[in-house]
Design a binder for this molecule. Structure first.
Ligand SMILES: NC(=O)c1ccc[n+]([C@@H]2O[C@H](COP(=O)([O-])OP(=O)(O)OC[C@H]3O[C@@H](n4cnc5c(N)ncnc54)[C@H](OP(=O)(O)O)[C@@H]3O)[C@@H](O)[C@H]2O)c1
Length: 176
């Protein structure tokens, strides 16, 4: 089981729009499986995210993770959360619950930056994947507002994606 953080970032380095939405929503090519997500998800069996990132999914037209087990780090269970979603306020205990359900596939760590930093600090973040979007937004949340800027990144691969985005994959060497 690998833990793979993957998030979209604007060309000027923001992981949200100025009003706090994931920036890929401004891209007309955005949709299920877009921005290389379909290929990425082939090895994934679980999605992990913070409560802030999870909550908007409850109001979405379609459930965003039909084929994945879903794990949420948060101190409360948002109203309307489906029964099959695991919510825990302790990052280590949540990790144990993910491991207990592990069937050998990868975990998509969706975000946001606070939750990615939480698992980086625990030494269990294997990859950081960035999808750089061809848009500028001028302001918003930066990855390093929460994620440790001293983190070492080792380049692994890059590829162009339809619509002018570029995927960059970094290994995150374990400090332990
Ligand atoms: N660009 C992208 O691809 C992308 C992807 C995902 C998210 N986003 C954006 O990221 C933003 C949210 O990021 P965020 O970093 O503020 O929030 P987040 O990581 O999604 O969620 C933060 C919440 O997770 C829980 N949490 C995180 N670390 C914890 C720890 N060490 N111990 C206990 N609980 C912990 C807490 O929940 P409680 O408050 O319940 O205790 C905390 O308030 C959103 O605006 C979203 O749109 C962007």
């Amino acid at each position: 089981m690998r833990i793979l953080a993957r998030l979209c970032m604007t060309a000027d380095g923001y992981v949200t729009t100025p009003d706090g939405w994931p920036p890929q929503i401004i891209d007309p090519t955005h949709g299920p499986g877009s921005h290389g997500v379909a290929e990425f998800l082939r090895t994934c069996e679980a999605a992990l995210m913070g409560r802030t990132t999870f909550e908007p999914a409850l109001a979405a037209d379609r459930w965003p993770w039909p084929d994945l087990r879903v794990f949420v780090l948060g101190s409360r269970r948002p109203e309307g959360t489906p029964e099959h979603v695991t919510v825990d306020d302790d990052p280590v205990r949540l990790l144990e619950r993910i491991r207990a359900a592990d069937r050998g596939g990868d975990v998509h760590l969706i975000g946001g930056p606070r939750t990615i930093e939480t698992y980086r600090a625990l030494g269990v973040l294997d990859r950081l994947e960035l999808v750089i979007l061809p848009y500028l937004v001028g302001s918003g949340m930066r990855l390093t507002d929460s994620f440790d800027p001293a983190t070492d990144l080792e380049f692994e691969s890059s590829r162009p994606l339809p619509g002018g985005s570029v995927e960059i994959v970094y290994r995150v060497p374990s400090k332990h």
